[in-house]
Write a protein that binds this ligand. Sequence first.
Ligand code: SAM
Length: 284
Amino acid sequence: MSSPIRLPYFDVLLKLLDQGDPALEQAFGRHVHWGYWPEPRQAKRTPEDFARAAEALSRLVYQAAGVGDGMRVLDAGCGFGGTVASLNNGCSNVHLVGLNIDPRQLDRAHQRITPRTGNTLAWIQADACVLPFKDASFDAVLAVECIFHFPSRAGFFKEAWRVLKPGGRLALSDFVPVSGLLPIIRLTESWSATLGFYGHCDVHCTLADYHRLAAATGFMVSHARDITAGTLPTYAFLRTLARQMKIPNPSAVPETLLLEWTSRLSVLRYRVLGFEKPAQGGCD
Ligand SMILES: C[S@@+](CC[C@H](N)C(=O)[O-])C[C@H]1O[C@@H](n2cnc3c(N)ncnc32)[C@H](O)[C@@H]1O
């Protein structure tokens, strides 16, 4: 079994959720990712509004994978199972697998999410780069805002390709830099990985790198949407939330500000990407 990695922000989140904070429960008790507002100007800084926006972001990712009734879907890096819960509510006769390296998150998901009649759910502890599934066992693989934590994007792409059926799709969301931002990212990353709030994050993969990765693995790029503008209200909400609770890690504020300003300056883009395994041929 893979050794669980501990991400500092999840340690804080799990502790605060255990203390029963209702605002945090509503905002991050289900989805642990940024929100998406189709009309960002109408965003309100409330936990209810944020939860709606987080649900909307998940939906964009699984729509990019074309998920529908009757499918077998793997959600890699599933967090507390928010995307699995959303698919369980909206789809019929689906087999949904939430996979995470951190068993504490899987326990929470398992306790809170019950399969609807006709659906089956499984929670698996594993590393997304070493998937414990047979070849061609899923119609869709998802990775919502988590690929930057994985040990290797190339390793994950290879595994996603292997476990997808021909014609199946991988969809993910990620913070994608323009190449001019890479020197600044390199300057900050060793500090972030050791002292940071978000833990190990590899945000080096540009859109051109994603195209190369897809080609090298055998995927066709089927979807590439820039939703940065629709995610920006996340930052105002996080500031409101942080004022209400004590975050013990002093890096949380500067790291989040760096994400916010690089996004506002359009050098870090929030993208939803989709990749299709051709029905015939491709790499093995
Ligand atoms: C920002 S959270 C996103 C969680 C979830 N996808 C969501 O959107 O709510 C990142 C997730 O990636 C998971 N993770 C990190 N490294 C992983 C790995 N190597 N294999 C599987 N999951 C991993 C973390 O435990 C965490 O649940």
